[in-house]
Each structure stands twice: as C-alpha cells, then as structure tokens.
Ligand binder design. Structure first.
Ligand code: SF4
Length: 966
C-alpha cells in the first residue's frame, strides 16, 4: 500500500484580512464579514454575532462580490451631450459636475424651492436625504415607500403604533399559529427564513395566504391560494366568524384598545363619529355599574363594550365594539357570502377561523415574568395568545391595501395577540404614539425662497388641517401627497412624480433629482409612457418638459440614459453608511439595534458616495445646517463626520451606541469622536438587550414606556391605546360632509366619505371596477425572487445564472383554455398595453391569476448587458401593462392607480387577458427598445465574467499572486 505523506490543507486560508460591515444586496441589512486578500475582496460570509441574520447569508449576500466588481458600475461624472434617452454623455470632473448641480439648484432655491423634486429609491439613508430636502426648503421629497409598502406602514402606525417587518415581528419561538398574507421573498428575507425554521421546528402551524405557491408558501403547512385583492374580505369574514362564536379576548379589548370608547351618534352633526370626551379632552367610556361616563384614564371604570347610551349633555353615543360587532356580524361578511370572491370555500374560511380561535384561547402561552401595566396594575405573569401574523407587498400593492392591512391588525387585536407572548411583537423604537407626532411640512407659508422648511416633508396627518393643500384644495406637492387625492400618503407618491412634472400638474418643476430609482424601467408603472414623458419637449420652446434631470446611481441602470447630469455613487462596500434608529431600524423585539457600513475597499473609479455628495452640495448651497457660521462645511469629514457629529435633537444622533464623550451612554449622549471605532470593534453594530419584564405588552407596559421615554423613542410614558376605530379617518369624513375649516373640493367629497371609514372596509380593487370581467378576466402580479433584489441582480454574473430571464406563469386551466404549453409564447393585454412573453404552466396558482418574477426583464445595453442578453430578449416586464392613472372620470380628472387613503401604488390591481401567439411570433419578448450604447470610459464587457479564477498564491512558477479579473 502506498503511503501518502503529503499533507492536505482542508481549510486553506482565503484571506489575510477580514472586515465587518452591513450587506446591501437587499433591504434586510444583515451583518457580513468581508474577507480580503492583498486588498481585494475574496469572500463574504454572514456575521454570526449579528442580531439580524445570526450568520445566515443568502444567495444575494454571497454574490455581493460580483455586484462590487460589476462592469456596469459607473466610473466618472457624466454630462449629457446628445438627445435625452440616447445615453450620449461626456465624462466630466467632479468639480464641474458639482458646479452644474449647485448652479441649477441654487437658482431655484433662491426663487422657488418647490421647483426641486428630490426623490430617492431604495435609499437606506432617508434620515439624511429627508433632512437635506427640508434644509433645501422643498416639500417635494420622498423615497420609494409610496410604491412599495406604505399601506402596511400607514395602516399599522394609525392602528397599533407599529407595523410589520422593521416595526414588528411574529414571536417566532412561542407562536402556535402563524398566518402570512401576500409575502414572497420580500421584506424581510433572512430574518423570515430564520423565523420560519423556528416555527417549523416547534410544530406550530404556518398558513400562507397568497395567490402563488412559491417561496414561503411552498413550505407552509397550508397554502391558501386566494384571489388577488380579496385578502381584506377573507380577514373580515374571519372576524365575522370569531364574533359570531364569541371568540375574542374581551379582557384585552377593555384594557388595551379603544373598544369601549364612546363614539358620538349624531348623523348630521359636526361631531358624528368622533369620540365623546370630557372637559379635558379625554375620551369617555360608559361605566356599566354606575351607568355614567368615566374617563378612559380611569382604570377602575367598569367599561361597557355594548349599548347605546345618552350622555349627561343629551348626546347619544355607542362604544366602538358595538359599532364593530354590528358591522362585521352582518351577513355580507359570512363565509358563504365571501367565499366565491376570495376563490376559497366557505368551509375553509370557517376552519381557519376556528383554528385561529383554538390557537389563541386553547393554546395560551404563559411567560412567568411579573410586570406592571400603565395603570399600575400588577400582573404575576405574561399571558399570551399565540397567534401571529405577517403581511407585505401582496396586501400592500392594492388600492384597498390600507383597509386590508387595518383589518389584519383588527383581527390580531380581537384575538388579544398584539405584543403578547406568541403573538405579533413590536420592535423598539415601536410602538409609537398613534399616529406618530410628526406632521408634514410644506404649507404655503412654510415654503420660502432661500429658507429651510420648519419640519420634515413627510409626516402623519391627524386631520384635514394637516394637509398640504391651498385654500381651494389644490395640492401643494408635485406628487399630490397629503392632498385630497391621498390624505395619508405618509411616504409620498413617487410613482406620480414624472407624470405630474411632465403635465405641470399642479405646477412644473425645474430640476428632477433622483437617487437609486430606476424610474425609466422597472420602477415605473407604465414604463413606455414614462420614457415618453422623460424625453418629451414643449413644441413651443423646444425644451424638455422636465427641464433638468440629475441622477445618482452606482450602476448603469436604464434611468441613467435619461439624465442630464449623472453623479456616480460607490458600491456598498466602498463607503460609510448608518442604519439608524432615526430611519428604518434593524431592531428585534428584544432590543433596539443599529449598525454601520464601513469602506471595506477604496473605490478604483472616480466615484463618490451619494451621501457625501449631498453634504457637499448642501455646503456649496449654503444650507443652514450644513455650514458653520463662517460658511465653511459643517461636516468636512463627509458622511462619517455627519454620522458621528450630527444631532437631530440634543444628545440624539444617527447612532445610539457608545454615545457621550467617554462612549459610555446609550440612546442619548453627546457625540463621541471614537464612536465609529467602537462600532467597528463590535462587528459594525450595536444592540441593547431589554430586561425580560420589558419584552411584552410594550404599548401598556409601564417599565417599557418609561424606558422608551428615556431612550427618546416616545415623548412621554403614557399608554398607547390600540385603535380599532380611527378617529383620524372620521375627521376626514366629516370634512367631506361639510364640517370643519378645511374641506375637500366638491368632486373629492364622495370618495373621501367612502374610503375614510373609521372601521376597516373591503371594496374591490379599482382596476376590477375599471375593467369588465369579460374583457380582462385574469389578475396579473409579480413576486420577488429569492436571488434578486429588483433590478440590481441582472448585472450580477452569479445571480444571472439563476434568473437570466423570466416566464409568465399561468394556471393549468388557463393553459388548457388557450392551448398553451410550457415555453409557448403568448400575448398579454391590459387596458394600458400589450406584451409578448413565454409561458410556463404552474399547478400551485390561483385559477384566475398569472404572475412573473419582478424586474428580471432588462433593456439591452443597460447594466452593461449585451444586445442579445437573455434579460433583454426573453426577459420581460409587466410594468408596460400597468397604468399609473385610473381611467378618466366624468369631470376629466384622473386619480392615481393607487390606494385612496395612502396613495400606495396599486401594482397588483392589474387585470389582463391572454392569447396564444402565432408560431411565427415566437422567440422574442415584446416590447423591445433600442440597445443603449456603452458609456464613455466604461470597461469592455468581458466574454465571461469570472471571479477568483486568477487568484494565485505566490508560487514557485513565478506567478506573483496579483489579482486579475476577466
Ligand atoms: S437577506 Fe441576503 S441580500 Fe438581504 S441583507 Fe441579508 S444577506 Fe444581504
């Protein structure tokens, strides 16, 4: 036998240096460790200490290397030298680029700051970008939430003071029944996978409600293949069943919700539907023992949940719960009445309701930790209703999404499962006051030449007086956010900016400034129409209708071709960033957390981090908070300087960890010059663990409320009463009835009256109403794939191998009716357009629904893709079929294709018909667009993009270990 004495290194070192930072390959913000060798990135692994991902790394996160070395990276500032849309640019120096931008922006700031529309995409620095807009003085700012998930955020913040994803999570360990609505591989990614593994291991039941059985639905214990846009109807039917069976948590409702609050019943009066209040403005309940009103702050009151009472002043009033029960016990919500519309059987709905009730009340969870509630009542233990829910885009992206999401929270509240063991749990800094105490700035007297706004451009209206409209009701923002079109548009309406700027409705803008928002392609509803608007000229002047477009991106996205000035950003591995509690936090239910990104490598191109460019522009423009008294930049050290030294209020800055001069304070404290060093030493994150008595009932837990006040999360330690009934919505309704100082113009009144119902309602999505069932019998939706985060992935050499193109998935019955088989070509048509795509037949699919992966289709040439790239030739977008506006009304006015309360883009309302393409039409998706040319100075597209093939240790054959990439 030959003896082998050669030693084999089974675990060779791949790196000589490891740096921690935070992933940006999707929105989850997992902790990562980047392995470097000779200063080059070799390998990315998950950070096992990190609170978000505990070491788990997904396909996207691992492929960050290819994102970083993508040939599509922009390399230098660009100035347009040809017609807009043809990508004819010349490279310029940064000084010239910043000079042009300062000139364009300076002129409008000195005359009319509204002429700047500043909108960002999947920007993770909104605390900075929103503040910058406010300092500039324009109300026209928002990020992409208006077309992503504002229905979820707004419905949650106006109902429970929190929401899903960044604001709350299921109690993964203790839940016995998890119900997920409309969740594909989106918000949240790794944390949901980790959570689901716990749910599966514990034997709890996981039910996924989704028209499409992919991703999480594929591993659910039960898949409920609902018809798109009917989730709210299903949920209200579940509520009907629970009420009918008396299976609600009465004690929870009395203690923590507004179920017993008295609502004035005076149909024609100005106070109808508002809460009855005492002289000090405190809402009242009806004490069933004393038969008299008592303040909601009186914890001794024996509040009644039902009845119809007469108050001492003669007004009549009824408790919220009475109104709620009357509404949802109506037979229109009975399972038999809703089943067909939902695409489910009545028996399934009844069984789901029974299972929810069983889990909540028969599988009660007890945590043996004493706690004290807001009223000083001591509780020996924490008793939980272990039913949890999570919902996301599939609910949010419908024109009835706000009310559907409110309905989901209502269901959770009735079961007593909000922040109780096993239920939905708030993540600090939530819960917050309902709604949060920030109002949008931008009223006529708040926008002035050369001056900042007095507050942030985005906020939470509490009534008509908080809207941004002029005296005749005309919107004051370019996207018509906070107007009668969409009063609670708390994330703005990015999907309307280009349309409105092109139309000059309500006024023209001068500069459209965008960051990371691919509005000329997959982020546009009506992509072809948007491209036309970006390039349209006024025949009278020969000038573009949108005069100047500044765009910043790290990559050659489709939007780059439509910019007049391009400011190239770095990749996420080349810059400082902060994931701040002031922004979109990464906390868990058991403690607040924040994080940073640090530059892992230096840029090898002439690019600058966008955040640093913004601060530089701010200083050049002399924005007050960005310059010192002598006019010099306040943050000469760039974004890192800002992260450490900027204070939003005394002691509260971007990062909560290691504050104070000695670095020993948390939450509040003076800036610490060593703060970033401390973060780096700790793996680039900070986390604080809550004491066990603070873990649950945060909305009513005295110790937690005091803690949250000390940390600056809320302004005072008073309980946060959950809002089954929304008085805010009723205030808008009263305005529509002609009450109050601020009222909607006549044509908006019926719409406001209808959709500002203080209790959740369901109505068919607007596109269902705009299209007749016969012409467009099918629904079409998209799902986000696990391996792609919107458009970024299609330039990524590794991820392209997973999703190089997409198919239109169709249910078997539709396939048979149209003689379609796998890989056949078909025409898909909506009221807005027609596309051609290749189909695949799927079994696990709602019978009226077609779908495809989101944002795989690309324009040739963009992203440095070749003219024959599969993403461009066989990949396709549904966006061409979607209209950003609803059909014209009699008055000629067109509302957005959006939720009427929040303005959330209703992507998933799309109605279509399908037809088999002729054999001669096979082979190429339509529409096709001319291939974009390479940008000046761009590197040659390699035949094959490989990474790591040319890494060599220094070897005896003279190779020197230099990294070469093909
Ligand atoms: S889920 Fe994946 S892509 Fe998203 S942040 Fe985490 S590792 Fe990165």
């Amino acid at each position: 036998m030959t003896k082998i004495d050669r030693k084999i290194d089974t675990s060779p070192g791949v790196s000589d240096e490891v740096k921690s930072t935070t992933c940006y390959m999707c929105a989850c913000r997992c902790g990562i460790k980047v392995h470097l060798k000779d200063g080059a990135i070799r390998y990315i692994e998950g950070n096992s200490d990190h609170p978000v991902n505990r070491g788990v790394l997904c396909a996207k996160g691992s492929a960050g290397i290819m994102q970083h070395y993508s040939p599509a990276r922009l390399r230098k500032p660009l100035k347009r030298v040809g017609p807009r849309g043809e990508a004819a640019f010349e490279e310029i120096e940064w000084e010239e680029a910043l000079g042009i931008a300062t000139d364009w922006l300076g002129r409008i700031r000195d005359s009319d700051p509204r002429k700047l529309a500043f909108f960002t995409g999947r920007d993770q620095s909104q605390a900075l970008t929103g503040w910058w807009a406010s300092q500039f003085g324009t109300p026209n700012y928002a990020a992409h939430g208006g077309f992503c998930s504002v229905n979820m955020a707004a419905a949650g913040l106006y109902t429970i003071g929190g929401s899903f994803w960044e604001f709350g999570e299921p109690d993964w360990e203790r839940t016995r029944y998890l119900m997920m609505f409309g969740v594909a591989e989106d918000h949240d990614s790794n944390p949901i996978k980790l959570g689901l593994s716990k749910v599966k291991a514990s034997g709890a039941k996981f039910v996924s409600v989704n028209p499409v059985q992919t991703g999480y639905s594929a591993i659910a214990d039960e898949w409920v293949g609902i018809t798109p846009g009917t989730d709210g109807l299903l949920v209200l039917s579940l509520v009907h069943e629970l009420l009918r069976a008396g299976r609600v948590d009465v004690d929870y409702l009395l203690r923590y919700t507004n179920a017993p609050w008295l609502v004035i019943d005076d149909p024609d009066g100005p106070e109808d539907g508002l809460f009855a209040r005492d002289e000090e403005g405190r809402p009242l309940v009806w004490d069933r023992h004393e038969e008299a009103p008592r303040s909601t702050e009186d914890a001794e009151a024996k509040a009644s949940l039902k009845g119809d009472v007469t108050l001492p002043d003669g007004r009549r009033a009824r408790p919220v719960f009475q109104l709620l029960a009357e509404r949802y016990l109506d037979k229109q919500y009975a399972p038999g009445a809703v089943a067909e519309a939902c695409g489910l059987s009545a028996d399934t709905i009844r069984r789901l309701a029974a299972e929810l009730a069983h889990a909540a009340f028969e599988e009660e969870v007890v945590v043996e930790v004493p706690w004290t509630d807001w009223a000083g009542r001591h509780h020996e233990r924490m008793i939980g209703r272990p039913v949890s829910m999570h919902a996301m885009r599939g609910i949010s992206a419908h024109s009835n999404g706000f009310h559907t999401c409110r309905a989901i929270h209502l269901l959770q509240i009735l079961l007593g499962s909000i922040d109780s063991p096993g239920g939905f749990r708030y993540k600090p800094p939530f819960p917050r006051t309902i709604p949060p105490a920030v109002r949008p700035a931008g009223k006529s007297d708040q926008v002035m030449p050369g001056a900042p706004l007095p507050g942030p451009p985005l906020g939470f209206p509490t009534g008509p007086e908080d809207l941004l409209v002029d005296d005749d009701g005309t919107p004051l923002r370019i996207d018509k956010a906070f107007s009668w079109d969409a009063p609670l548009s708390v994330h703005g309406l990015m999907h309307l900016v280009i349309t409105n700027a092109w139309k000059g409705d309500p006024y023209p803008v001068d500069v459209l400034f965008m960051y990371m928002a691919n509005m000329a392609w997959n982020s546009a509803m009506n992509t072809s129409g948007t491209i036309d608007m970006l390039t349209d000229k006024d025949p009278g002047t020969g000038e573009y209708r949108i005069p100047r477009i500044i765009y910043s991106d790290a990559y050659y996205s489709e939007m780059v071709a439509y910019a007049d000035l391009v400011l190239p950003d770095t990749t996420y591995l080349e810059r400082w960033d902060c994931i701040s509690l002031l922004d979109r936090p990464i906390c868990s239910a058991e403690g607040p957390a924040d994080a940073i990104r640090q530059p892992v490598v230096k840029p090898d191109r002439d690019v600058r981090p966008f955040q640093e460019v913004l601060l530089d522009l701010g200083a050049r423009l002399g924005l007050p908070a960005m310059v010192k008294e002598d006019g010099s930049p306040r943050y000469p050290g760039g974004y890192a300087d800002y992260i450490v030294n900027h204070e939003r209020q005394p002691g509260v800055g971007s990062l909560a960890g290691w504050r104070g001069e000695a670095g020993d304070l948390r939450g509040r404290g003076a800036p610490n010059p060593e703060q970033l060093e401390r973060y780096k030493e700790n793996g680039c994150f900070w986390r604080e663990e809550l004491a066990p008595e603070l873990h649950y009932f945060k909305h009513a837990n005295r110790a937690y409320l005091i803690y949250a006040t000390e940390r600056g999360f809320i302004s005072q330690a008073t309980n946060i009463t959950l809002r089954l009934y929304s008085e805010v919505l009723q205030r808008f309704r009263l305005a529509a009835r002609g009450h109050g100082a601020v009222q909607p113009p006549g044509e908006h009144r019926e719409r406001v009256e209808t959709y500002f119902d203080p209790l959740p309602i369901w109505y068919p999505p607007f596109e269902d109403q705009a299209n007749d069932e016969e012409s467009f019998p099918l629904h079409a939706v998209t799902q986000r794939p696990m391996a792609m985060y919107h458009s970024w992935g299609s330039q990524n050499a590794w991820l392209r191998q997973i999703h190089g193109d997409n198919r239109l998935y169709i249910p078997r019955a539709v396939a048979e009716a149209h003689d379609l088989h796998d890989d056949d070509w078909a025409w898909l048509e909506s009221r807005n357009g027609r596309i051609k795509a290749q189909v695949r037949v799927q079994q696990g699919l709602n019978p009226k629904t077609l779908w495809t992966w989101n944002a795989i289709g690309k324009r040739a040439g963009a992203w440095h893709l070749s003219a024959d790239a599969s993403e461009a030739k066989t990949g396709f977008l549904l966006n061409h079929l979607i209209d950003e506006l609803l059909p014209e009304r009699e008055s000629g006015y067109r509302y957005a294709c959006a939720d009427p309360v929040t303005g959330q883009a209703a992507w998933y309302d799309l109605r279509v018909r399908i037809e088999k393409a002729a054999p001669a039409e096979a082979g190429e998706a339509l529409p096709q667009f001319p291939s974009l040319p390479p940008l000046p100075g761009s590197q040659e597209t390699p035949e094959a993009l490989r990474y790591g093939a040319d890494f060599h240790e220094k070897t005896g054959d003279g190779r020197d270990g230099k990294r070469r990439r093909r």
